[in-house]
Design a protein around this ligand. Structure first.
Ligand code: FES
Ligand SMILES: [Fe+2]
Length: 318
């Protein structure tokens, strides 16, 4: 597949007598460049996390996506349809192309990590014939405002991943850079723990004595659980989504299951304890066994296991 760079695209348009307004916005964070790469390619979060965008994809490949986006414009209460073509030009660099009336918008994002900090530069290019140059000023203002809103929704996702990395977790990706298509498989468990046994022992007594709102297990990560209690029935729920690490709490419970806030994966409680004793809830990611006076909770911790899509058979029950 041949791909034009940001500069090649601009050069072609300038040759066609298009005039250019160019500017760059920068974000710096403690997340990795892989986290921003993932965030830009993550298809399913778009309709869930971003309040001013809704979209659907006409085509999705590993390194490109073509979509119809409905974008609520800042400052005016108007939603416009925009056709987007988005491709990975080279690792950690993506290009977006769209048009808006007489204007063409070309955006390039590039991420690099240095000394534990990642810098993401987003270069925006607005092009049109000279006659419409006066519109560039207004469109630039809208882009800056829109980007501010998008980033206020995206950066917490990247920061959450940085938090989990600090707590000895990592994220599986089968290729050098993320694939758009891969991000659609929300029933995978791409989160894994490093340098630690894939289980935690929780004293039975702790489960018997816990109360609604308590946290049990590790402070952070896949072995951190929260408790709900209703009519004498206690339930233990994961605080961390196995898919890509979203943080969850009791506000995520809907229809007796967790609804992950990032991609809407359904996640069950791990166990419950009530007048009839303890009941383990089997799932594709977690498994509980009795271990003397403890409950041992295993996490599968094997992202490659999901390559053959074993979750398909569970989906109808999820
Ligand atoms: S992080 Fe993707 S569904 Fe939870
Ligand atoms: Fe986003």
């Amino acid at each position: 597949m041949s791909k034009l760079s940001h500069k090649q695209l601009i050069d072609k348009l300038v040759k066609e007598n298009y005039v250019l307004t160019d500017f760059t916005l920068t974000n710096i964070g403690t997340y990795t460049k892989e986290d921003s790469d993932w965030n830009y390619k993550d298809v399913p979060h778009l309709n869930i996390i971003h309040k001013n965008v809704s979209c659907f994809q006409a085509i999705i490949g590993d390194d490109f996506v073509g979509s119809i986006n409905f974008l609520k414009l800042p400052f005016v209460n108007i939603t416009l349809p925009l056709i987007f073509v988005n491709y990975e030009y080279k690792p950690m660099s993506q290009i977006y192309i769209s048009s808006f009336g007489p204007l063409i918008i070309i955006v390039e994002t590039s991420s690099k990590t240095d000394s534990g900090r990642t810098t993401v530069n987003t270069n925006f290019s607005i092009l049109s014939r000279k006659l419409f140059k006066f519109l560039h000023f207004f469109v630039k203002k809208m882009i800056i405002k829109n980007n501010e809103v998008l980033m206020s929704e995206d950066i917490p996702m990247r920061d959450r991943r940085a938090e989990l990395r600090t707590a000895n977790h990592d994220f599986y990706n089968p290729a050098n850079t993320y694939s758009f298509k891969f991000t659609e498989e929300i029933y995978r468990a791409n989160l894994f723990i490093k340098n630690k046994k894939p289980y935690i022992d929780i004293p039975l007594k702790e489960i018997q004595e816990c109360k609604d709102g308590d946290k049990i297990g590790d402070d952070e990560g896949i072995f951190s659980f929260f408790v709900t209690e209703k009519n004498g029935l206690k339930m233990l729920w994961p605080t961390t989504c196995p898919h890509e690490g979203a943080k969850m709490d009791k506000n995520c419970i809907s229809n007796k299951r967790l609804l992950c806030p990032w991609h809407h994966r359904r996640i069950d409680r791990v166990l419950e304890y009530g007048p009839n004793g303890i009941k383990y809830i089997p799932s594709i990611d977690f498994c509980c066994i009795d271990n003397v006076s403890n409950i041992r909770i295993y996490y599968r911790n094997n992202p490659e296991y999901y390559d053959t899509r074993p979750y398909e058979i569970f989906k109808k029950n999820i």
